[in-house]
Every structure is written in structure tokens, then in C-alpha cells.
Design a protein around this ligand. Sequence first.
Ligand code: ATP
Length: 579
Amino acid sequence: CFPPEKISSVGAFQRLSLSPASKVDPDNKVKLVFGYEPDTEPTVLARGPFTTVRSRGPSVTVINHSNIKPHVHISAACQLYLLLCAAFLFLTAGPRVTYVPPPPSEDEESIFSHYESGVNFDKYDEILVDVSGTNPPPAIMTFDEAALCESLKRNVSKSGYVKPTPVQKHGIPIISAGRDLMACAQTGSGKTAAFLLPILQQLMADGAAASCFSEMQEPDAIIVAPTRELINQIYLEARKFAYGTCVRPVVVYGGVSTGHQIRDLLRGCNVLCGTPGRLLDMIGRGKVGLTKVRYLVLDEADRMLDMGFEPDMRRLVASPGMPSKENRQTLMFSATFPEDIQRLAADFLKTDYLFLAVGIVGGACSDVEQTFVQVTKFAKRDQLIDLLKSTGSERTMVFVETKRQADFIATILCQEKFPTTSIHGDREQWQREQALGDFRSGKCSVLVATSVGARGLDIPDVQFVVNFDLPNNIDEYVHRIGRTGRCGNTGRAVSFYDPGADSELARSLVTILSKAQQEVPSWLEESAFSGHSPSGFNPPRKHFASTDLRKGPQGGFFQDGSVTSQLAAQTAADDEEWE
Ligand SMILES: Nc1ncnc2c1ncn2[C@@H]1O[C@H](COP(=O)(O)OP(=O)(O)OP(=O)(O)O)[C@@H](O)[C@H]1O
């Protein structure tokens, strides 16, 4: 059946059309051909029930013709190899995703619904702020000083924002001045608006408007975050601030029908929010062009590294069309600033980027009252039930180590008549979204979660966090308890400390507690400094680092503009399983 009748280009692929008049194979088999180059003999590597087989580059694709007779013998080794490839593809591809999430509400009241900032909101002004790098612009004290355009100002006010938080006071003018930024700030202190407002302001001032007339959308800003729930939340914030303007944010993330997301994308997109994999997929499909990108935001950058997204992030910045770092503005947000994040910052950001640290890098929010209970593994369940009975109907997040454990504990709590739901990586996306919806609406007052719920989730009125299992990573601990005590509100966290399993974390916990001005239980201190714990206070780990390594004499510390003393930061953690 060779030479082929026709070779045509189909996007990045080549299609090799074979003559239907070729000799008939009684088995009706199809051949997979590799290594075809003009004037060379193709090598047939496989036969199988394929309809269309595609491969990139010089290799060639064959379209199924049931009447083709293979004319090259396939060795047994090749057959085995291809069988393994097919099995791998089948296992990794999984079932086709068809879930289409319900559209977010168009109702203005629900778009702008928010919870009130808490009694400690004004205490944010006392937090030490460190800005390092050359010529940082002065901080703003009010949203008026941010010179936002009318519609944005109106949306900010409808969101209940009266005055900026420290990360906004410093972050907004830095971004508006066109500077690259690496920022670390405590949980729940308003990082999302710190990058969204100046970006949206600039796009609105430039008259950016989404166009639905292009098969390839070319966003002005790309925002990347590690988890589906977090990126969706960022998208909803962007949509809220862009309400009533021509700027159109769009979100793409895994677990949802790709076709649905492409259709949404093609309705116009200025600000594209995405998880790394789905974003690269859209770029690979030619639905997203990068040449117009002016802003690239990497939120929770340290978590993206922990989750193994570094290659994806590098692929993104190296993707065809992506402006070089000199020609775009890059903003990275991270709870910690370890060396691998500094390395990434050096690669992705301009050399004169500014480093902004609000509070203690990697420190816990001091509005959360942290309590520890010593309990053995087998007594945890009863302890949890007692605890929940005493807290009544407070909105509570319970963190556990494994997905199976999450289901198990959720079932037990339901049996005990606590309205409970769960979120973890083995649940379908629609189940995850339903669980969050039920928890947000109050239908379920308890949400049992694995680490997937630890970062970034901003759920109103979570009064209580329980670490049923402590994480093996102190950063994770800080993020988990940060689901409460947000935006100046107070919250409580109770952690079950199993001396047999958690002693490795003891010293880091003592550090975190003391820095957040919390009482340190004497038994925890003893455990931290007894021979059972790893030697050395806050043992070094590959992630450890605190402040900007570039810091020179000009790197000062500011408290609303004035130079203060040096911040310290200590985090210690191991990698934990992520889903
Ligand atoms: N200036 C402000 N005034 C009132 N509320 C605000 C202000 N800034 C942010 N908020 C609200 O505070 C809550 C927390 O903000 P956000 O989720 O951006 O925090 P974060 O720093 O990103 O937290 P995390 O580190 O957990 O991701 C949100 O509900 C947000 O709408």
C-alpha cells in the first residue's frame, strides 16, 4: 500500500492517506507507521484496531483503512512494545471527562457576596513588611491612592473592601509600576486582590476587550495555580472585579469537559486562569496564543514545585509565542521562599524584581488559636466525635492524611449525625464541587479533606480546623489552619498529636507556635527537645530558606513605609503525598 496516496498536514500532524484500493487484508487490520520520511521506506511497527493514529514531527500518521494489507513484518518485540504503550496510554488517559460544571451565578448579589472582615483586620497594619530590591515604589494607604478606574473602584467597594491589606498596600503599587514581584504573605490576607486589581486596572485603562471572533484566543494575562478549586476561586474573584466591564476572565482546569472549556474560551478571553496541565493542553490545541501575554502570575508557586509542576511551568514560559521575561511582567506568590523558589524566581523574573514579605515568611496567622491534644492513633476517632459534639454546628474542616481515611471519617461522622461531606483527589470533579458547595452553603457543617483542601480555599465562616492527622510538612500545617482566621476574623485549630507518628514535626511546631505568640504545651516542647526528635532546631531541609538571598544593604524592612528590624523565617517540612 505504499507509497501513500497523499500526505497532508493537519495542524502539527501529518496525515498519510492510503489508497482504499490497496490489497485487502482478510483480517481487516490497520498499521501504525513510524519513521516515514520522503524517499525512504516506512517501517510498519504495529497492526491494531486503530481508526486514527497520530504522531508528531517527521513520524507519520496512518488513518484506518480496513482493507489495507500490511506488507512489512512486525517483530514480536515490536508488538510487545506497542502493547505496553497502548496499555500505558489507556491507564494514564482514564475515562473521557464529560463533566460540565454549572455556570456561576449571574446574580449581582451573589457575585459580590462576601463575608465581613473581622475584628483583627486593623491589626494587619502592625504586621512587619519587608520589601527588598532596588527602588520600590511607595506603598499606598487607601484604595483611592491606587487610582482605580470608576468601574473597578465600584466593584472593589461592592466587594466590601474599605481599606487595603498590607500585601495590597505594597503589592498594588509595585505591580502598577510595571515591576516583577515575588511576594510572600500570610494566609487569608488578600493576596488575590493584590495581583488582580493592578492587572485589571491596567487592562481597563488600555481598553482591553474580549473578542469572540478568533479561533485562537490571545489573553493579556495568564494566572496559574496548582489546584482546581483554587484556580476556580481566583477566576470568580477576577470575574467579580471585572463585572460590568469589557474584560473577560475565563477558567480552564482538569476534571471538566475540554470541549465545554474551549467553547467558553472562544467567547473571548483577556484573563486566562488555569491549572498547569489544562492550560498547556489548550495551548497545544492551538486554542490559546501567548504572543499578547503581558502578565504571568504564578500563585502558590511553592506548592506547584511540591506537586511536581516545575517542568510544566518551564514549558509554559518556553512555549512558542510567550514573550521573554524582559517583555512580560511576571508575578510569583508563595507562602514560603525556599531556595528552589528563589531559583525559579531568578529564571522567570527580571533581575530587578522586588521581593515582598508580609509578616513572617511561612508563619501561621496569629488570629488562629492553636491547640494540641496528645492522642494515640486509635483514640483519635472518639476524640474527634467528642470535639465536634462540644463545638455544635460550627463550620469545621477536618484534615486527614489519606483519601481512604477521608471517606472513612466522613462516613463515621455522618453515622454520628454530623452533616458531613468530603473532598479529596479520588472524588470526581463534580463531587468535589458539590462537596464544596454543600459546605459553603451550610448544608454540611463538616468538610473532611486531604491536602487538596489545604491551600487557598476561601470559605466564609470556617470557625474551626481539626488536624485529625498532622501533616508531615510544617508549611502544610500553616496552610491548613489558615482556612480559618481569615481577613481579620478569629478562628480555632485543634491538632491531634500522636507521639508515635508526629515527633518529627515537634520542633517546627514549637517554632510556629512561638512566632504566632501562641502558648506552647510543655509536653510538646519536651518532645521537640528530647532525643526522639531530629537533631538541631529546625533541621535543614531542601526547602528551607527565609528571605531574599539577593538582599543587599538597601534591603530594609518596613512597617507601612518605615524601616524596621530583620524578619526571620523558619519552616521545616518534608514533602507529603499530593493528589
Ligand atoms: N482589603 C480587603 N478588605 C476586605 N476583605 C478583603 C480585602 N482583601 C481581601 N479580602 C477578602 O479576604 C479573604 C481572603 O483573601 P484571599 O483569598 O485573597 O487571601 P490569600 O492571602 O490569597 O489567602 P491564602 O494564602 O489562604 O490563599 C477573601 O474573602 C477576600 O475577598
